[in-house]
Write a protein of this length. Sequence first.
Length: 162
Amino acid sequence: MAGDVHDETAGEWRGAGDRRRNTERRRQLMFSLVYGGLRPRRRNGRRASDHHRPIIDWHGPGLFASVVLVLVLCVADGLLTLRLLAGGAIEANPVMALWAYGDGHRFAAMKVLSTGAGLLTLVALARFRVFRVLRVATLVHAILVAYLALIGYELLLVDRLS
């Protein structure tokens, strides 16, 4: 075609309207994450077959608020758990018990990291359905309600300790 050139170094044809750069875009990870986070493009699936299970870049403010509140409540849960453990309580979660009785900083880090990783996975799959019935985003909101109940229960226990 007219205007096409052969790039001898790359061994491929490039059209005159080709906008590709020679730099490797995958090496700009942090830039891509920040740019994509501030300017999301994918609000629906890209193909017709993606509409029943899309993974998208943009989610509504309700999901964002639920995730932030769950993380804040996770920190509060960690602080209340440490307070209860100091008062003689026993950690009921066997996974968290591995870290709860050692260093408080490591316990807090593992608690927030594990909760954050779980939330990140749930947000990525927010439009999927669990057992074809319940959207994963609804599960995030249910986790928020469960955390609120847990914090209320822990506050009652701390009050009994005093």
